[in-house]
Design a protein around this ligand. Structure first.
Ligand SMILES: [Zn+2]
Length: 331
């Protein structure tokens, strides 16, 4: 039996995005696959009083099961309210790849779905996105589309090279699909290896600095669809602190590079109103688990290493909301 997201305490993205655009911040979208990540997201966004979008990717559905994740998210809202957090929480399908999957998520209580037709020919992307929007809007569910291709690997989403969004297509796409938000490609990419070292320069500390985001494309898009909600995927910064902890405790991450936080902060002051962050959370969790297990090799209780990982992930989320997204205090 179908259930509405409203009964579960979620909201769609309409109001949170209009506040974000008018308030020069972006709503964070954090992916979750397990209980500790979800608790860290809820506590981090609750404590910093930030709106939040919980995201379920296709990899997460394979790992944890779609039904399990949907009930975990329902439980997460209840936990938030029990703790006295009244921030808006949306539940989003990340990179939905078919109409049927979007329908199944909407029927099970998701409040936003992404239909990613970016790999399809332009007209087919329009047709698929419009079909999903037509169904979703009947249920007051909002829809994210995508134009342009991001490089990198995120679960099942793999692309060898990025194809920047063409501003001239954006206006037409939005008009024909009636989509609520649009993911664009301006130089962010999926995963922890966003750029090859030869694409980067080095700063004074020897840290690799990637090529800047294409703010010129973003500006051109904003001119064509002023006030329309823009989404950035693949926006982890791959913080050297956590890469170093991983490598100092038996890991072997070589030349991982992300998007500098200052560039993301600049982007959120435009019509970018949703920023997806996944890899940074993965790095934090892995760093803390490696550190605890190296320091306490006798430990075998998962709570003793997942607990510190959860605590550090919460701190990262608060830091992102305060300093990168600007969403802290905006719930
Ligand atoms: Zn993505």
């Amino acid at each position: 039996m179908a259930v509405s997201y409203k009964e579960l305490g979620f909201v769609n993205t309409k109001e949170m995005f209009s506040k974000a655009i008018n308030g020069n911040f972006a709503v964070p979208a954090y992916n979750f696959n397990n209980m500790e990540q979800l608790q860290a997201i809820i506590d981090g966004c609750g404590e910093s009083n930030s709106p939040v979008i919980l995201q379920v990717s296709s990899g997460a559905r394979k790992y944890a099961n779609q039904t399990m994740l949907r009930y975990m998210a329902e439980g997460a809202v209840k936990m938030a309210r029990d703790k006295g957090y009244y921030n808006p929480i949306a539940l989003n399908l990340d990179h939905g790849d078919s109409y049927d999957l979007c329908v199944s998520c909407i029927e099970s209580g998701f409040s936003n779905v992404m239909i990613d037709g970016s790999h399809l020919p332009y007209e087919e992307n329009i047709a698929l996105t419009a079909k999903v929007v037509e169904y979703a809007h009947k249920h007051d569910v909002t829809v994210e589309g995508e134009l342009g291709v991001l490089a990198g690997i995120e679960d099942d989403v793999v692309a060898a090279k990025s194809i920047y969004t063409q501003p001239e297509e954006v206006e037409d796409f939005v008009k024909k699909t009636n989509v609520d938000s649009l993911a664009i490609s301006i130089g962010t990419s999926h995963g922890a290896y966003k750029f090859k070292p030869e694409q980067c320069t080095k700063d004074e500390k020897g840290v690799l600095v990637p090529p800047p985001l294409r703010f010129d494309i973003l500006e051109e898009i904003e001119k064509r669809i002023p006030g329309f909600a823009i989404v950035l995927h693949g926006s982890s910064s791959v913080l050297p602190k956590y890469v170093d902890i991983i490598n100092d405790n038996g890991g072997a991450l070589k030349a991982a590079v992300g998007i500098p936080e200052e560039q993301l902060r600049k982007a959120t002051k435009s019509s970018v109103c949703k920023v997806n962050i996944d890899s940074d959370g993965r790095l934090v969790v892995t760093a803390l688990i490696r550190q605890v297990l190296k320091q306490k090799p006798e430990e075998f209780d998962p709570r003793k290493y997942l607990g510190p990982a959860r605590e550090e992930l919460k701190k990262l989320i608060i830091q992102k909301n305060e300093n990168v997204l600007g969403s802290a205090g905006k719930a």
